[in-house]
Design a protein around this ligand. Structure first.
Ligand SMILES: NC(=O)c1ccc[n+]([C@@H]2O[C@H](COP(=O)([O-])OP(=O)(O)OC[C@H]3O[C@@H](n4cnc5c(N)ncnc54)[C@H](O)[C@@H]3O)[C@@H](O)[C@H]2O)c1
Ligand SMILES: O=c1ccn([C@@H]2O[C@H](COP(=O)(O)OP(=O)(O)O[C@H]3O[C@H](CO)[C@@H](O)[C@H](O)[C@H]3O)[C@@H](O)[C@H]2O)c(=O)[nH]1
Length: 456
């Protein structure tokens, strides 16, 4: 088939490369000049393991243009543009509206418009009414939400749990299912609005699991239970499952924060107060503040204290810093007068042009440094915000020597060996984790259990 893709973000680019490798003649339109330049060199404009290789392998079957009108006639055009949070938390549909308008204006009769962007339930119906139906050119609109994860996007493209196709016309749904020929996954046919809702409900439920386990972890600290064992035991029930029960400083990224807010907003404008989702969002916000509260207690204040924050990417395996917990915590600490050094092996900050080779001052009191050692040197406390292997496998004895007293390690991802670090003399603090007191250091466990547990 001749396929077009609008927008070369994670979803658009992975889809375009995947469709080309699946045998479709694919053209991708990207409006951002720097992203476009990278694509023309067959390089992905962001970190996604294996994607450069896919772009090379796609060869002639994948071409790159700067706008929708250069695409030529297509059987299907996928829209994969951004849907960020608007000022009130609603899904900002500016890019989507513009893309749909361009497609409707230029597409050949009979083109199927495939919505890959995450748009609030009800959006597709409105777009059809406003743009697609009045064009009267036999265009069809299909909702086809995407469930891939950053860092594992190629695997997820090839092995999706399901392909959701929300359509009014059977021929259009069949054409979309045909795009995925060769991919072994169940195809779920629904109406447009239900397909849109599936995407939000899935993300909201995953976010709920995270906030739930974080609240259980906070409670573990108060009653003296160990979240690692609790999560393992809970996850052994197949009705609950072991996934998304990792306690820590909460979820970040380009999807969960904005999609939970957008669903909450959609409920609100439809006259429904989605209380459970409100709590999920609030718990996630507090989880980040708790770190600041805990350090404030353990360091006897924050002003002039030296803190290293390790991890700016919202999770390992990506360079994406959208809604990064580490970045927010670092900014908050600096705002309270701490001297904060941040380090991340891959993260790209939009305003500083990428990973630095030398220290970059991000704002007063907040410096991004180029190595783990530089970050922790003279730091009184370290916050592990992203569980990069470089941090998990670090020589913590060496880091101990570089740091200054009281050598607090706040393990925001529960990814370090708590007992080992405590035995080395660190003041280890996890999220819902009990630490056995090291010999001769009996205050480690009570301190990590007793302080900062009030829901900041
Ligand atoms: N990032 C993910 O892991 C993920 C996973 C599933 C779903 N989604 C959803 O997919 C959508 C895209 O998110 P993303 O993170 O992949 O992308 P993104 O927001 O990083 O990038 C979107 C791209 O579209 C381009 N663009 C916007 N309007 C355009 C136009 N008219 N013509 C050409 N290019 C245009 C922008 O320049 C930008 O490069 C969002 O709705 C998101 O919620 C994202
Ligand atoms: O048990 C867990 C699991 C995840 N996280 C955090 O949750 C965030 C999101 O993680 P993940 O889901 O792996 O990353 P994304 O790439 O944002 O993918 C999510 O968001 C995408 C965009 O909608 C969806 O397509 C995916 O299915 C959905 O997993 C990250 O900050 C993680 O650190 C936790 O705190 N605890």
């Amino acid at each position: 088939m001749r396929v077009g893709v609008v927008g070369a973000g994670y979803v658009g680019l992975v889809a375009a490369a995947g469709l080309a490798l699946g045998g479709h003649q694919t053209v991708i339109a990207e409006a951002n000049p720097s992203r476009l330049a990278r694509l023309r060199e067959r390089r992905a404009p962001f970190l996604e393991p294996g994607l450069d290789e896919w772009l090379r392998r796609a060869g002639e079957r994948l071409s790159v243009v700067s706008s929708v009108r250069e695409m030529g006639p297509r059987d299907a055009i996928m829209i994969a543009v951004g849907t960020p949070s608007g000022v009130s938390g609603q899904g900002d549909l500016t890019q989507v509206r513009q893309a749909v308008e361009e497609v409707v204006r230029t597409a050949a009769p009979g083109t199927v418009i495939v919505m890959k962007s995450t748009v609030p339930p009800g959006t597709g119906r409105e777009l059809v009414r406003q743009y697609v139906a009045p064009a009267r050119r036999g265009l069809a609109y299909v909702s086809n939400p995407e469930f891939l994860r950053e860092g594992k996007a190629l695997h997820d493209w090839l092995h999706p749990d399901r392909i959701v196709v929300g359509a009014e016309e059977a021929w259009a749904a069949e054409r979309v299912a045909e795009l995925y020929r060769g991919i072994d996954a169940p195809v779920l046919r629904t109406d447009i609005t239900s397909a849109e809702m599936i995407k939000y409900a899935a993300n909201a439920l995953l976010a709920t699991k995270i906030s739930f386990i974080n609240e259980i972890a906070n409670l573990c600290e108060l009653v003296g239970a160990h979240i690692d064992d609790v999560a393992t035991g809970v996850g052994m029930d197949p009705r609950l499952g072991p996934h998304f029960l990792q306690a820590g400083i909460g979820y970040g990224g380009s999807c969960f924060p904005k999609d939970t807010r957008a669903l909450y907003f959609t409920a609100a404008v439809n006259g429904y107060a989605f209380e459970l989702l409100r709590a999920v969002i609030e718990v996630n916000r507090r989880q980040r503040i708790r770190v600041v509260h805990r350090l404030n207690t353990l360091l006897g204040g924050l002003a002039e204290r030296s803190v290293a924050v390790l991890g700016l990417a919202f999770k390992p395996g990506t360079d994406d810093t959208r809604e990064s917990p580490g970045l927010e915590i670092a900014r908050t600490l600096a705002g309270y007068g701490a001297k904060v050094q941040v380090y991340d092996p891959a993260a790209v900050l939009p305003d500083s042009g990428g990973p630095p080779g030398s220290p970059v001052v991000l704002s007063p009191g907040l410096v991004r440094v180029a190595s783990l050692e530089d970050a922790v040197r003279s730091a009184q406390a370290v916050v592990v915000a992203t569980e990069w292997p470089e941090f998990v496998e670090a020589d913590w004895e060496r880091l101990y020597r570089l740091m200054a007293a009281p050598r607090v390690v706040f393990d925001g991802r529960n990814c370090l060996d708590a007992a080992r670090l405590a035995a080395m003399g660190f003041r280890y603090v996890g999220v819902g984790r009990r630490v056995a007191p090291a010999t001769g250091d009996a205050d480690v466990a009570p301190a990590s259990l007793a302080e900062g547990t009030g829901g900041a």
